[in-house]
Ligand binder design. Structure first.
Ligand code: F6P
Length: 542
């Protein structure tokens, strides 16, 4: 399937013209001229409520953006994605993460071959394993029940499970889940500190089972187990991989190797056995509910018309800002401490998927692709980078996420949190004029010279766009829906830009060069390097 449909130039030109007009008016004014603006730019899907009315588009611009999506072949591309066609052309694979979260009997096919039975069999194994560990039926080599799981993996083999655990973990978990991703030994050392090897399960997650960071940490963790328990310690190793033979060769017992498949992209893999650690530490029913939330968003994305389709509208708002208005940075601020890892998760999902400069046919892209995304939990971010959002020279669209019901702690604190989420969206759009600030200063008796100096510094230009995404509660279903919402948003953008959102060739060169530099640092034959790199290596070898 060729994801790039020609003849989209006219639709892009119309989008750019619409964005040009948008830059000459204020968002807030559109509420006066468009009585049904809020209704048309609000959408509910799979338990999430999105409000995209604080974006710079008019309802006419929205129609233009939808036309662009249609002209780009989005509907056909969506059909191809769900049909398991080879949408990841450069790697010759489908991208079928939706099959992983589908209810039993879904009948998904990857490049024509049925995959649902194997998925369901693996899911049953995950359920049985999680239950056995949680009940104490499955114990460590010394006969002790497991009290901790150390999850070793990086990138897509880390960020999703880490996000899910942080979002859903009990305040006093029966089984503690810790993570080690970085090859910096400090992270694994911290993860292992205080744990009893006899009560610890080590789950090694790597699609390829060749990743330097993961294998290094896995070897260290295995040595930590063996030091305490001897060779029988290997019974406490679990692996999740699309290369199960490599996991077995590493010493993981056959019945503790969980497979996933090459058509599962790393950053789309939390729904597979990559989520095993979460199933163990949170309970399989929690993991299953997460899958159900993702599946509900899939159903919405697949069926809803583009005009009322949450991932489509979220993507179009992004494209309107990024391509139409040249806003190349976006902030994501979850007003929920338990979602503080969401920006880090999105960095990989969005920038590894869509940080591409050539299209799926290898031609230079016609339009700029992924923007940078950054963020932190609200309200913390307000005391860090919000100054830049409100008064900086760049206009940075913001995705504001909020959760209506409190998760833990004092409900009064939750109200303050929500008040801040809503107020920031309002402040970004409405701003505060220099005249208003000046009048206030004058009323306070400040002299005109001081007002002239202070008022511009204390004014807020406003007209800064945001999308607001509200979850009723931070339970597994809405969390699953939220993750799937952004997965599909990324797919929609990839279709508009004509790029392959499912490969990541840009991470390869650094890996290759790191292996060469490591060989130099370890005293191997000196490689050819530029003078700056050679000097750094020489300095590190001293
Ligand atoms: O960062 C590059 C990458 O290939 C990601 O796409 C992937 O999620 C990560 O490395 C980990 O890869 P693996 O699961 O094969 O260890």
């Amino acid at each position: 399937m060729d994801l790039r449909v020609p003849e989209t130039d006219a639709a892009w030109s119309r989008l750019q013209a619409a964005a040009g007009r948008a830059s000459e008016r204020r968002i807030a004014d559109l509420f006066r001229t468009e009585p049904d603006r809020l209704a048309r730019l609000s959408v509910s899907a799979a338990g999430l409520d999105l409000d995209l009315s604080k974006q710079p588009w008019s309802l006419g611009d929205l129609d233009v953006a939808i036309d662009l999506a249609r002209a780009s072949g989005l509907e056909a591309a969506r059909t191809a994605l769900f049909a398991g066609e080879v949408v990841n052309r450069s790697e010759g694979r489908p991208a079928l993460h939706m099959a992983l979260r589908a209810p039993p009997g879904a009948g998904f096919r990857a490049a024509g071959a049925p995959v649902s039975p194997e998925i369901e069999a693996t899911r049953a194994r995950i359920a049985a394993f999680a239950e056995a560990v949680r009940s104490g039926d499955r114990r460590g080599a010394a006969g002790k029940p497991f009290r901790a799981v150390v999850h070793i993996g990086i990138g897509g083999s880390d960020l999703g499970p880490r996000l899910v655990w942080e979002a859903l973990k009990p305040l006093s978990p029966a089984i503690e889940l810790r993570f080690a991703a970085n090859v910096d030994p400090a992270e694994l050392a911290q993860a292992l500190t205080g744990l009893d090897p006899a009560e610890t399960l080590v789950v090694v997650v790597s699609k390829t089972f060749t990743t330097l960071e993961t294998l290094t940490n896995a070897e260290t963790a295995r040595a930590w187990l063996r030091d305490a328990l001897g060779a029988r310690a290997d019974s406490q190793l679990v692996a999740v991989s699309a290369a199960p033979e490599k996991a077995r060769a590493f010493g993981v017992p056959e019945d503790q190797v969980f497979a996933f498949w090459d058509w599962v992209g790393g950053r789309y893999s939390v729904w597979s056995a990559v989520g095993l650690s979460c199933a163990v530490a949170l309970g399989f029913e929690v993991f299953e509910a997460l899958l159900a939330g993702g599946a509900a968003m899939d159903a919405h994305f697949f069926q809803a018309p583009l005009e009322a389709n949450a991932p489509v509208l979220l993507a179009l708002a992004h494209v309107f800002n990024g391509d139409g208005l040249g806003r190349r940075v976006r902030a994501v601020v979850p007003y929920a401490q338990r979602l503080r890892l969401f920006p880090a998760f999105l960095q990989q999902l969005e920038m590894e998927s869509n940080g591409k400069r050539v299209d799926a046919q290898g031609r230079p892209v016609a339009h700029p692709t992924a923007t940078a995304v950054f963020g932190d939990a609200g309200t913390n971010g307000q005391h860090a980078f919000f100054q830049y959002l409100h008064q900086g020279t760049d206009i940075v669209p913001v995705d504001i996420l909020a959760v209506r019901e409190p998760t833990d702690g004092d409900p009064a604190g939750q109200r303050k949190l929500l008040a801040n989420a809503v107020a920031q969206a309002e402040a970004l759009m409405i701003g505060r004029s220099q005249d208003e600030v000046g009048a206030e200063l004058a009323a306070a008796g400040r002299p005109p010279a001081e007002i002239a100096e202070l008022a511009p510094q204390r004014a807020f230009p406003g007209d800064r766009p945001s999308s607001f995404i509200l979850l009723d509660r931070l339970s597994p279903e809405p969390l699953g829906a939220l993750i799937a919402l952004y997965e599909h948003k990324v797919f929609v953008e990839g279709v508009l830009w004509g790029i392959n959102a499912f490969d990541q060739w840009g991470v390869e060169l650094g890996k290759t060069l790191a292996a060469r530099v490591l060989s130099d640092l370890e005293g191997g034959p000196p490689g050819a390097h530029d003078p700056s790199t050679a000097a750094l290596i020489a300095r590190l070898k001293r």
